[in-house]
Structure formats: C-alpha cells, structure tokens
Write a protein that binds this ligand. Structure first.
Ligand code: DP6
Length: 330
C-alpha cells in the first residue's frame, strides 16, 4: 500500500492553453512538450487504515486548503478505480520552485498518479496513467513519458482519447538542450487554471490562437523528428508569444512577465544577432527557457548565469519516463 515515484517536469513547445471541459481537463488544442531531465518531483504515497484523513506535505511543509483538495480529488479517482477507501499520507518534493511557471504541477501530478496507482496495486499501461494524470493537471499527462511528447486533445466527451504519446524518445536528439533560467522564485498570482478560463471568456485573440495551433503542431513535430532547431525554435518561440498575446488581452489582463523576463528575451535575440542560434519559450510565470544545441549550451548558460536578473540556471536535456523508485520520502 506504499510506493514512490519520480517524474520529470516538461516544458511545452506548442502550448496547452484552454479547456473545453474543466471537470475532466480536456483541452481545446493538442500540445507538444519536451520532458526535462534536471527538473523533477519525487512523491511517496501510503494508503492505510491508520490515516483518518489524507495528509499532504510538499517540500516538507504541511499543505491544506485548495492544494490538498486537488490532490484528494486525484486520489479519489485512483481509490475508485482500485475499489478501496483507505486514506493516504503523501509526501512530495521537487528540486525547483513550485508554481512559478516551471511546470511543477506537471511533474507533481505525474509522480502522484504513478505512485498512488502502484501503491494500490493497479498496474496500468502508460496510456491509462496519462489519462488519470491529465485529470490532476492537464500538462501532467505529458510527464508520464520522457523525450518529446504530444498530448492529443481528443474529441470524445468522456476524455478517453485525450492522452499523451511519445513523438520521439529521450535519446532521439541528444544535442538539443533547454536552459531553464529562474528569475524570481516567487509564486505566480494567477494560476494557469484561472488564467485559461479568463482567456477563453474575454480575449478577442483566443479564436486566432486556435486557428494557427494545428500548423504549429505540424512544424514542431517535423522540427523534432528531422532535428531542425530553426524550424522547432522559431515555431515554439512564436507559439509562446501567441499564447501570451491571448493572456495579455484578457480582462483584467494577465501579464506573467516581469521586467527581467523581457531583458532575457532581448538577450536571446541579441545572441541570435551574434550568430548563436537559440530561441525562448515562456509559460504561466516569468521564467525564460531557452532552446539551443549542445555546442552552444555552455556559452549561453554562462552568459545568462552572469546576468543580475538570473538567480539560477538548469541546463537540461530530454529526460526519461516517470518511474517507480525505492528511495521513499518517509
Ligand atoms: C502555460 O497544466 O498547469 O504551462 O490543467 O489547469 O492544471 P491545469 O493547467 P496546467 O497548465 C499549463 C499551461 C502552460 C502550457 C503548457 O504546459 O502546455
């Protein structure tokens, strides 16, 4: 009744932004991500009669309220599938700041899903794990897999065709790097969940976002499969800017960028002027992630780490699948 899993976070190259079904977490558009080897969450779950309620700690801090409710909802799905009613103790730890636009909910819900299903002896195929993880946090369905991953939006109302699959495995393109720059570790004020709903309700640009996303998916898939950084990077950078345009044009506006975010975006453009190929992407937070090839990665990372705006850098490559491990957190 106890298991521990670890899952890597993932950063979308074509973003998921907007739900057609908020309860089941079904997206309006498909998305593609890269699973990152250096950012991960480890979660231990134990179900037992000795617990009278679900107890959660994140990075050794006791959690209550909305965050606990989200985890309980996820555990209820899994308890129902396993036909058990035992409450659980859950401990989760990440090696990077949570809720700051570094996809902490992706790695957290992927690790939670894998650990909890194993603890209850449900040995589920990855597709099923992805469907369950999706209902905790949309982007988590992609963190079940390593490498390069597409979340197919699906069309069914029950969500059974809305899950992730691998576009290319972890070792497909070892030269591709993503440098994650942590600018401000503070948590974002508007969670992605609320931001998406507000975008759909009020941004006049949301329709335009949906109109170009299919073509971005096609280009990013080809960029990955043919290992073409220019095609992949240009499309991913533009896709991120399009998503942020929908956010900026909501009422009230959602601007996840901080002044430092723009300084880094300009630095990426400056590097390109100097013939160093790299591209940025940004999620629901101020952090700037930069795609580049291994031959330039050290130089680019050094450049960022010397900037006063940057607190920490992670030089990542494609990471592996979510997996069970022996090292328990309690
Ligand atoms: C901007 O997966 O965190 O990072 O499904 O409401 O939990 P919920 O949202 P979440 O949103 C991620 C949004 C994004 C883009 C992406 O990762 O595709």
């Amino acid at each position: 009744m106890k298991a521990t899993a670890t899952a890597n976070s993932n950063i979308a190259l074509v973003k998921y932004w907007g739900k057609r079904n908020e309860e089941l977490i079904l997206p309006y558009n498909s998305s593609i991500s890269m699973t990152l080897d250096k950012l991960y969450t480890t979660t231990t779950v134990e179900f037992s009669k000795k617990y009278s309620k679900d107890e959660l700690t994140i990075d050794a801090e006791k959690i209550s309220g909305e965050e606990l409710e989200r985890v309980e909802k996820q555990l209820n799905l899994i308890r129902r599938a396993a036909k058990v009613s035992e409450k659980a103790k859950i401990a989760s730890a990440s090696n990077f700041p949570k809720a700051a636009g570094l996809a902490s909910s992706a790695s957290a819900f992927a690790a939670l899903t894998l650990a909890a299903t194993k603890a209850l002896d449900l040995h589920l195929p990855k597709k099923e794990l992805s469907i369950i993880a999706r209902q905790g946090s949309g982007s988590a369905c992609r963190s079940i897999y390593g490498g390069f991953v597409e979340w197919q939006k699906g069309t069914l109302e029950n969500g059974e065709d809305s899950y992730a699959r691998q576009v290319a495995p972890q070792n497909h393109w070892p030269e591709l790097c993503m440098i994650v720059n942590v600018l401000t570790p503070k948590q974002k004020k508007i969670k992605s969940r609320a931001g998406m709903a507000q975008t759909i309700a009020t941004s006049p640009l949301y329709k335009a976002w949906l109109e170009t996303v299919e073509s971005d998916l096609e280009k990013v898939r080809s960029g990955i499969l043919e290992k073409k950084l220019s095609l992949l990077g240009q499309t991913a950078e533009m896709n991120a800017l399009k998503m942020h345009s929908t956010m900026i044009t909501t009422e009230p506006h959602i601007i996840y960028w901080e002044p430092e975010t723009i300084v880094l975006m300009k630095e990426v453009m400056q590097l390109r002027e100097e013939a160093t190929e790299c591209y940025f992407t940004i999620d629901g937070g101020p952090q700037v992630k930069v795609l580049c090839l291994e031959r330039d990665a050290k130089k680019i990372e050094k450049r960022f780490s010397e900037m006063k705006e940057v607190q920490k850098t992670f030089l990542c490559k494609a990471g592996g699948d979510a997996k069970l491990i022996d090292r328990e957190l309690f």
